[in-house]
Design a protein around this ligand. Structure first.
Ligand SMILES: NC(=O)C1=CN([C@@H]2O[C@H](COP(=O)(O)OP(=O)(O)OC[C@H]3O[C@@H](n4cnc5c(N)ncnc54)[C@H](OP(=O)(O)O)[C@@H]3O)[C@@H](O)[C@H]2O)C=CC1
Ligand SMILES: CC(=O)N[C@@H](CCC(=O)OP(=O)(O)O)C(=O)O
Length: 343
């Protein structure tokens, strides 16, 4: 059994990790931390987990965490980088769901996250945990930087087109909608029901911190720096990301459907839908699936890709478990065989 620790067990991604690991045949969760809920039983706080975990929340303690084989950080940025160096020195494998190790240019990271990075050497050794791109490196990684939610949906949608050099890489547009759980359980008043229901709004149009992360991944796929306009929106749903992606084809022609099908044919968690289908966020609710459709409206030179995920699953905890499975040589789908919840 793989011994697991989770730092940040009371947040939305932390409790989602527990939900997925409750059905995982090869892991035992040994430590689950919360500073504010110390001593409280996990199942008292999250009744959906009654009967699955006997654990109580404890304050983060590196010595206890060091007894685990792998530690997940489901914490705000800045937390993993304060504890990961010690854990890694002691041979623990670390999977960060936050942003501390995602951006290779540390000064760019500091600029967007408004924080000095305390362990740039670890940024260099970290593997970006998008299995559809980095599966081989994930196998041997000691430190995984899990992609953000918008970056997961957006990169999976654009990758086949950029890898084949089919689109103008200088003018990509990602128009993305997120459910409110994306803001975390500790979110401010803007995430309240009265503030978000029956309404929709764009935010961070001038620049969102996922922009440099998405640009980094897409530029690697294109083999040169891409130009990207990224506009996130808050929508009145609990879970889900819907990315509508636009690009201009260099040489408009048929074959996009088979390009996507071929690119993802061996990927257990990317579902390319039949031609003409429109993926719905509810079809991936609770599941580790990214569901994608590709269109060329009116046979013109614009390609439109629709890409949906559950922000808490393929966009966070599910992807983290998928990475763990790869790192430990387990079946990649272990604990992740959950079908989306409809209606
Ligand atoms: N929500 C989402 O859809 C996604 C989130 N992420 C990323 O995952 C991470 C967690 O997000 P989410 O679950 O939404 O966040 P939440 O705000 O819901 O939860 C944060 C958790 O971290 C703990 N925590 C906060 N500060 C510290 C600290 N200084 N030291 C130790 N523990 C701390 C909190 O518990 P306590 O304060 O009691 O210790 C809480 O359990 C973030 O980096 C987020 O950006 C990534 C993809 C998607
Ligand atoms: C709806 C909503 O507020 N979404 C969050 C997503 C952030 C997130 O999860 O980002 P990191 O993993 O990079 O910290 C936001 O836009 O900030």
């Amino acid at each position: 059994m793989i011994k697991v620790g989770i730092v940040g067990g009371t947040g939305y991604t932390g409790v989602e990790l527990l939900r997925l690991l409750a059905n995982h045949p090869s892991v035992e969760v040994q430590v689950i931390t919360s500073r504010s809920e110390e001593g409280i039983a996990v199942a008292d706080m999250f009744p959906n987990l009654r009967g699955h975990f006997d654990l109580c929340f404890t304050v983060p303690d590196v010595d206890r965490l060091a007894e685990c084989d792998v530690v997940f950080f489901a914490t705000p940025h800045g937390v993993a980088m304060s504890m990961a160096p010690d854990l890694i020195r002691r041979g623990v494998r670390v999977i960060d769901l936050g942003a501390d190790f995602r951006i290779k240019d540390v000064s760019l990271w500091s600029q967007w996250y408004k924080l000095e990075h305390t362990c740039p050497d670890l940024v260099e050794m970290a593997v970006y945990g998008l299995p559809e791109v980095n599966r081989q490196q994930i196998t041997d990684a000691q430190l995984i930087a899990c992609p953000g939610c918008y970056p997961t949906a957006t990169q999976l949608g654009f990758l086949p087109l950029l890898e084949q050099g089919l689109i103008d890489h200088r003018r990509l547009i990602a128009d993305c909608k997120s459910g409110v759980s994306g803001a975390g359980r500790g979110a401010s008043v803007g995430a309240l029901l009265c503030e978000t229901s029956e309404s929709m709004k764009a935010y961070a149009v001038a620049g969102h911190r996922h922009l440099p992360e998405i640009r980094q991944g897409l530029s690697e796929a294109a083999g040169r720096p891409v130009g990207l306009t990224f506009v996130p929106h808050l929508t009145p749903m609990i879970r889900g990301i819907h990315s509508t992606l636009y690009a201009t084809l260099k040489d408009p022609k048929d074959g996009l459907q088979s390009l996507f099908e071929e690119r993802y044919k061996d990927e257990p968690f990317v579902d390319v839908m039949p031609e003409g289908s429109h993926p719905e966020t509810r079809s991936v609710k609770g599941a580790n699936t990214c569901r994608i459709s590709v269109f060329r409206p009116q046979n013109d030179d614009t390609v439109v890709v629709l890409s949906v995920i559950d922000n808490l699953v393929k966009g966070a905890a599910g992807q983290a478990v998928q990475n763990m499975n790869i790192m430990f040589g387990l079946d990649e789908a272990s604990g992740l065989g959950i079908v989306g919840l409809m209606p």
